[in-house]
Write a protein that binds this ligand. Sequence first.
Ligand SMILES: C[S@@+](CC[C@H](N)C(=O)[O-])C[C@H]1O[C@@H](n2cnc3c(N)ncnc32)[C@H](O)[C@@H]1O
Length: 256
Amino acid sequence: MSLRTAQIRLVSSHPEVYEPCDDSFALVDALLADRINLVEHHPVLCMEVGCGSGYVITSLALMLGQEVPGVQYIATDINPYAVEVTRKTLEAHNVHADLINTDIASGLEKRLAGLVDVMVVNPPYVPTPEDEVGREGIASAWAGGENGRAVIDKILPSADKLLSKRGWLYLVTLTANDPSQICLQMMEKGYAARIVVQRSTEEENLHIIKFWRDFDIQMDAKDIVPNKAAPVGVMDTLLSQVHRLSFRRSASSNNN
Ligand SMILES: C[S@@+](CC[C@H](N)C(=O)[O-])C[C@H]1O[C@@H](n2cnc3c(N)ncnc32)[C@H](O)[C@@H]1O
């Protein structure tokens, strides 16, 4: 059983590229926590949006390794330096991904529509003034505009187009991003959700949320009120999970 992830000493760097940090580690821990499911899922195409240093896509390729042969990996980043750094990180670990310098998945949506089995995203989620979003270089790593949602709100519809019918999305969110509202938004599109990892640091409260299509739960957000039938169990569990975790300030913990 391979539990390898990218080695920090082999992760390349550049002053304009986001270095692996708590959020990157939490995302990789979520993938590790779900590794058996991922292996059984047998993804054909895995994609990372916003690959930065390449730590996450490299770790995913290493942890699936030879147990899931023939997987194709694709990673995008709006920062050209990030694409170069990711290339070096992949090479240092002897794994391969196709790398594209683009805005989210611009130029790929037609070709990859409905084909991505696993998507991983650690987006720029920090609340900032709107005019900081989309700036060149390292600022693009964190600037998320109002509520930190500017880029997340563009990624979600793109993910919906790209994910295969059995596709899974792992998304890093911060409490300030209103993760329960993100879940409701995705539920309207027919996705179920589960918090795979929750982590509180001195600075932030992170949730790594996994989304997958579950056509039984498709509903209007207006239906999500007490006493309406819909998938009460799923909604209650998820929303209570999100609300509970949003207010929790405990030490780092996993929630599988
Ligand atoms: C928080 S960093 C995460 C980097 C890496 N995935 C990790 O977890 O360490 C966010 C990354 O998203 C990239 N990014 C920001 N906006 C983007 C966009 N519109 N399209 C693609 N990548 C974007 C940034 O350049 C940055 O590399």
